[in-house]
Every structure is written in C-alpha cells, then in structure tokens.
Design a protein around this ligand. Structure first.
Ligand code: C2E
Ligand code: CA
Ligand code: CA
Ligand code: CA
Length: 278
C-alpha cells in the first residue's frame, strides 16, 4: 500500500524513525532503572486445591518507572532481552526473590516454594551456574525450594547446552519447570530427556477450557501424560471456579491465577500468607 501514494514512503520512514528513537529512549531509561533500583519483585501465590494450601509463589518483575507508574513486563522484557540487560536484571530478580522469600518464611515459619523465570540469554551466560550457587549461599535459600521456569521454546532452541546447564542446576537440588507448556509443539517424551520436574500448562489453554473441546482435551492430555512420565503439573491463568473444578477432577491440584491472587508486592504477600485464601 505504501507505493499507492507519492508521499507514502516518506510517511512510513518517519514512523520507523520515531519507533527507533523511542526504542533507544527506552533502552536508555532501562539502563538507569537498573542503576537506580526502579525494579521490584512481585509474588503470585501458587495454591494446592486438594490441600487448600498456599504452597509457593512465582516471582514476577515490575518496573516502577515514575511515581505510581508500574510498567508491565511485556513492555520491557523483550527490550532487555534484545540488549542483553536481562542477564543482570534476571540475576537481580533471583537474588531479591530469594532474599525476600527467605526472610518471609523465617519470620512466619511457613515453608514456601519459589519459582523464578529464566530467559534464554541467561542460559547462554557461562557463569549462570556459579551465579545461582552464589545467590543461594548468600541468601541462605534452600536449593530444594527453588524452581527455575524455562519456556519450551528456549529449551528446544538450545537443546545441547540446556541439557548440560539443567543437569548442573538439578545436581544442586534446584527444580526445573517448563513454562508456557503446550505452545511449542515439542513431544513430551523428548522433553522428558531433560531433567525436568514440572510442567506449567500455558494460560492460553485455560481461557477457553470451558467452551473449547480441543483446549479441554489438550489440558486433559497434558495432565495424564505428565502423570505417566512422573512429572508434576501446575496450571496457570486460573480465573474461575469452573476451571478449578475441571482441573481438580482431572487430578491437577496445583494452580496459579487471579482466582487465588494477582501477583503481590512483598508486604501484601505477607498478609496473604497470614490470612490465607477465603
Ligand atoms: P509468565 O512467566 O507466563 O507469567 C505469568 C503471567 O500471567 C504473569 O504476567 C501473571 O501476572 C499473569 N497471570 C497470572 N494469573 C493470571 C490469570 O488468572 N489470568 C491472566 N490472564 N493472567 C494471569 P506478568 O507478570 O505480566 O508477566 C508476563 C511475562 O513476563 C511472564 O509470563 C514472563 O514471561 C515475563 N517475566 C516476568 N517477570 C520476569 C522475570 O523476572 N524474568 C524473565 N525472564 N521474565 C519475566
Ligand atoms: Ca513463568
Ligand atoms: Ca507461563
Ligand atoms: Ca508467557
């Protein structure tokens, strides 16, 4: 369509210029945000339905850009991934999350599992194993209570190095989960050749599970195959009681989603742990 008008091309190029400038500004802001500690770790509860119990939390990063303005990760994770800043940010998130959850479980005497997201770039970082070990030592966080989440795509794109890295992490007692499971078209049998402990069913399947027979069948298949292969399973994006019953009937008791709680800042998580879920 840009060839239809004489001025079409110029308009397009100006737009591109604006986008590139905006991108550069964002990168620059993110560089400062890392230095000025504008990031904050939120925690979303993970719930065991059959035991009616909070079992753990997933750490999710937020950017407090200006007074009261919280930027969601979709807006900046892709940028810090492209610049490589995710390596430093990811390390910071892991340290903060271990520190805060360790503090919380000592203070309240409640054991909590902690899940932290790992990006592909962190996988390429040769010092990852060393950094994780160091953070666990510094924060006194028990390795068996830490779970690292890796997406199916990252795993498949870096199969050889991933196998090695994951092996070393799992030797430290750390658990490994495949995030956004079901979106990457890889076979569960193949994925099971990695030292994986848990599958996290992608929330896109949950959205339609009550209206879409295909999605319902996919969720049911993932749950039963995980069981066959001896893997744990957790569903994310659980928003309604219908979804809770559907999952629970299929034997998936571990759940995470807005029906239990949104991701919470540390102080609100503390309240949630003390009060419990209604
Ligand atoms: P994710 O790892 O799949 O995280 C789950 C996302 O689903 C979170 O979005 C969470 O707030 C949202 N969510 C939770 N319950 C529900 C629900 O019931 N319904 C719906 N519709 N959504 C729900 P969030 O916090 O915006 O994070 C988005 C993505 O950003 C994450 O997806 C993850 O890929 C990335 N991310 C966040 N923090 C980090 C981090 O520290 N490191 C890395 N590498 N990536 C991160
Ligand atoms: Ca995740
Ligand atoms: Ca996910
Ligand atoms: Ca995702």
């Amino acid at each position: 369509a840009k060839y239809d008008h004489g001025n079409g091309y110029c308009f397009f190029s100006e737009e591109m210029n604006k986008n590139a400038t905006r991108q550069l500004e964002l990168e620059e802001q993110l560089r400062h945000a890392l230095i000025d500690q504008q990031f904050e770790v939120y925690f979303q509860p993970q719930f065991d339905w059959s035991r009616q119990k909070l079992t753990g939390v997933e750490a999710l990063v937020r950017w407090n850009r200006a007074q009261g303005e919280v930027v969601p990760p979709e807006m900046f994770i892709p940028v810090v991934e492209s610049t490589g800043q995710i390596v430093a940010l990811g390390e910071w998130v892991l340290r903060q999350a271990c520190l805060q959850i360790q503090q919380l479980q000592c203070q309240l005497n409640v054991p909590l599992q902690l899940s932290v997201n790992l990006s592909g770039r962190q996988f390429d970082d040769l010092s990852l194993i060393y950094k994780v070990k160091k953070i666990l030592q510094e924060t006194n966080f028990p390795p068996e209570q830490l779970e690292l989440e890796i997406t199916e795509t990252i795993l498949m794109e870096n199969a050889d190095s991933a196998r090695k890295t994951l092996g070393q992490l799992s030797q430290q007692g750390i658990r490994l989960a495949i995030d956004d499971f079901g979106t990457g078209y890889s076979s569960l049998n193949y994925l099971n050749t990695f030292p994986v402990d848990r599958l996290k069913i992608d929330k896109s399947f949950l959205v339609n599970v009550m209206h879409d027979d295909n999605h319902a069948a996919i969720v049911a298949t993932i749950i039963s195959m995980a069981d066959t292969l001896g893997l744990s399973v957790i569903a994310e994006g659980v928003e309604t009681m219908e979804q809770v019953s559907f999952l629970s009937d299929l034997g998936c008791q571990a759940m995470q989603g807005f029906i239990f709680s949104e991701p919470l800042p540390r102080e609100e998580l503390e309240e949630f742990v003390q009060k419990g879920w209604p």
